[in-house]
Ligand binder design. Structure first.
Ligand code: ADP
Ligand code: MG
Length: 259
């Protein structure tokens, strides 16, 4: 058995929607237990990259490995040649279960309480016994500071509280890697901090995280790696220090606009 300290490795990833070439050869390496922050202007392909990693979209070129295993495909030998064959649904589900994802829109089930939202996938997808799922859900809700609101419905919660429930819901499936796609962009400014605090504590607990965010302060403080994308390519990457010392003009421009 091989163990790897590389959680996600994207190699020359391309993605086109029809004639629209959105990702044009993206390379990304994320080490286990680290936080990567992806920055970049709207339309640069950040969400598409996360959606590819989580197999919500399929690649048009290149490859992505999660925990050392190629996603979506397996290599098979046919007539002495190695070709890629699409994985079956069961293998794709197994691979996707390694990842938790949090979106800009919280997408909680409106007719379910916070607790029921968090229990839903463990019970109905992972077939966990209800008692165990309830206990774990309470634990996850406590972890995001929502232990006092177990029986509230989404509409009775603020945006920041709903997003924290959404994070607990993703954590309840015990992912190895968490993907965050602008988790605070839909929030009123005064609610951003409580969500970033939860993300910071997850990072401190050693979770592997890939975060698309415009929160530069969070990036500077929490990220191990910064990746700046523009026009479907990675323009600059490095440690958090590149935020204060950008080299590429496009990255400088971007920072001037968001800082
Ligand atoms: P970002 O998250 O950096 O703002 P996206 O990855 O959402 O960028 O989008 C990159 C480009 O791909 C945009 O031009 C967007 O309109 C386009 N795009 C994203 N998803 C689709 C889709 N499902 N079909 C067609 N075009 C898409
Ligand atoms: Mg996006």
């Amino acid at each position: 058995m091989t163990t790897t300290n590389i959680a996600v490795k994207a190699t020359q990833v391309h993605k086109a929607f029809g004639s629209l070439h959105v990702l044009k050869g993206v390379d990304l390496t994320v080490e286990t237990g680290t936080v990567t922050v992806i920055l970049g202007p709207s339309g640069s392909g950040k969400s598409t990259l996360l959606r590819l990693i989580n197999q919500l979209e399929t690649l048009t070129g290149g490859r992505i490995e999660v925990d050392g295993e190629m996603i979506g495909y397996k290599e098979v030998t046919r007539n002495g040649q190695t070709v890629l064959q699409t994985l079956d649904d069961k293998d794709i589900a197994r691979q996707r279960a390694k990842l938790g994802m949090v979106f800009q829109k919280f997408n909680l089930f409106p007719h379910m309480t916070a607790l029921e939202n968090v229990m839903e996938a463990p019970v109905h997808v992972a077939h966990m016994p209800k008692d165990k799922a309830r206990n774990e859900a309470i634990e996850e809700l406590n972890r995001v500071g929502m232990g006092e609101r177990l029986n509230y419905y989404p509409m009775q919660l603020s945006g920041g509280q709903q997003q924290r429930v959404a994070i607990a819901r993703a954590l309840a499936m015990h992912p190895d890697i968490m993907l965050f796609d602008e988790p605070t962009s839909a929030l009123d400014p005064e609610l951003v901090g409580e969500v970033l605090n939860v993300m910071r504590s997850l990072a401190q607990a050693g979770m592997t995280m890939i975060c698309v965010t415009h929160e530069i302060g969070f990036a500077r403080e929490v990220a191990d790696q910064i990746v700046f994308m523009d026009g479907g390519v990675v323009v600059e990457k490095g440690g958090p220090e590149i935020i204060d010392n950008p080299k590429e003009p496009r990255f400088k421009d971007f920072l001037n606009h968001v800082l």
